[in-house]
Write a protein that binds this ligand. Sequence first.
Ligand code: GLA
Length: 694
Amino acid sequence: MTNQWRLDTLDQTLVLLSLNNRLPCLIYWGRRLPDNENLNSLSTAVAKDWGDNLLDKVPELSVLPEQSANFPGQLGCKMRGLDGMILSSNFVFLKDEAKDNSLSLVFLDKAIEQTYTLTIISFEESNMYSLSAKIDSKKPIFMDWFSAPVILAPQNSNEMIDYGGQWGGEFRSQITPWVTGTHLRESRSGTTSHANFPGLLIPTIESSENSGSCYGFHYGWSGGHRMIAEQLPDGRRQVQFGNTENSDLISGNSFETAKLYISHSSNGISGVGKSFRSHVANSIIKAPKDNVRPVHYNCWEAIYFDHNIDQLKEIASLASEIGAERFVLDDGWFKGRDSANSSLGDWDVDKNKYPSGLQPLISHIHSLKMSFGLWFEPEMVSPNSNLYRQHPEWIMGHKDQTLGRDQLVLNIAIKDVEDYLFKKISALLTEYPIEYIKWDHNRVLPYPDASQTKSLYVLLKRIRLAYPKVEIESCSSGGGRIDYGILENTQRVWLSDSNDAIERLRIQHEAILWLPTSITGSHVGPKVCHTSGRELPLAFRAWVAAQRHMGFEMDPRALSPSDKALLKAVTNWWKENRQWMKDANILRLPCVDKSITAEIQINSSENHFVVFAGQNALSEFSSPVPLVLSGLDSMAMYNVSLYNKNHINSLGKSDGGLLQKTLKLSGQFLMNHGLQLPKAFPASMMVIEGDKAA
Ligand code: GLA
């Protein structure tokens, strides 16, 4: 029997075809097809011709490529019986359940007594699909690899874009040409990792940043993960995403992939970004919709482990004067934690530093009308801690393993460990009015282990259920655990430990495709950056933070009166603009001058915009290249002005242009000729506002 299934979003269509009851193939994914498209004709139209003598038909590239189908590339699943023998499936159609926005297909292999279930959900508004797969086996098996439903990738594309990176330098995009063979990306550190953000973009030949077809993928899993992008000798391409560690150690009867999110856009790479951001904001993050994002103050880079309550009160008062609305007490508040070498696991307030507990500090913070947040690193334990001395058996891995930041990982899949952590965190959330948790995770796991990730989700859910008003930030030495799995239970990410505004500008520019601004933490760091040693102007640092969810992390006691005035002014600007910026359409603005990193944020009524144009280095040109804008109404006129003239240092000699006046220009001109920027020193941010003229 032949079966076809079609699932639409606002702009996309996805069609699956199953011939002779076999596993289905994704025969179409792209721009929405007409409602009357004939799926039978489509099924005939995609049949492949071939010219070699190797097999008498082209093997199907199904959602789970199987050996039994003679598939010549990477298989969708690799499993073994408990005797170690390879199990080769041959699934046949059993049943389907199709609703308006979801599809569930079940296939059965009688011989090996297994079912394969594929679930696809379409999200109309955010223009997104999520796909996941499950194998249930009557007998316990080992699962060495299990891909989420395999996606047939477009053949009219020359390259793919994914991400490398490192601590303090996340989201380093890299371009790989499609060639015959596999492109493998894998995080084996047991976390999402700084170096392997699980995202993939496939722009087609004709596409660019803001136009043409582009396909986007994200795997929503916070543990080890693997991506395989393969071009077969016949030219077809497949993309697989799955858990690295599905269960290479433990046998089981049921294996499920995380959700693979996919979205196609006809508006280039930025269009894919728009869908991913909107999906995160509207369907993944659990926070009130009208949630006003408070300006953060985080004390980490100001005091590190040197906690003194009077000094902290002074810091809080100064932070509040500049505009902070939430104070986050970072690492160092709990018993014995005077350095990074001890006490993780002993989650009791240090009575030497806080003789009357945290309340006196919190009361002071509340008197300043700020909310209070607290740092935890629950999944870790220091060898030098009471917890480790009592429970050395609670760790993951060998006791003589290489430490990371002098710490070990707790095996939170042990129920007693989960209960212990819940109890300790609960006790603090009950005793004190804590509205925010910065949930850190600072070392890699000794080995990838899916049960650790699953148990983390359970613990986070338990805390969210018991304390629904407490927001959680996902931090992992900065951006080591950023993915849509963790975002189901957290509301902000600490994008990077780098507060170096030049590096941050780059990281933000890349991450904007995947993360809404309102959940992307960005802080104004100390004068001399602690991760790069660079000294950058305060105005630049402040405006880079104002692009995202703004905060401060420097010691405000070190600020001069003019620094404070400047920071306060930028913060006030951010407060005035944060509500519309939360829902803004954001388009990156490519520029042939690589010393400019720019984006435009356009409000939802499309009558106001702000361009952030960051001068990240010295330009190779003596006169700035016009910056071509995007997303405007070509026929409308706009009043365009440089908001922060006083913050631009320059050798510029012109007495015209943006530095001097407001310009009235059409969208057409701005999107074709572009905007002539002033000649600025490196580490300058030009903030250009535009209003549609009546
Ligand atoms: C990690 C985080 C920092 C800070 C420290 C505290 O490095 O990324 O922001 O919280 O831990 O130890």
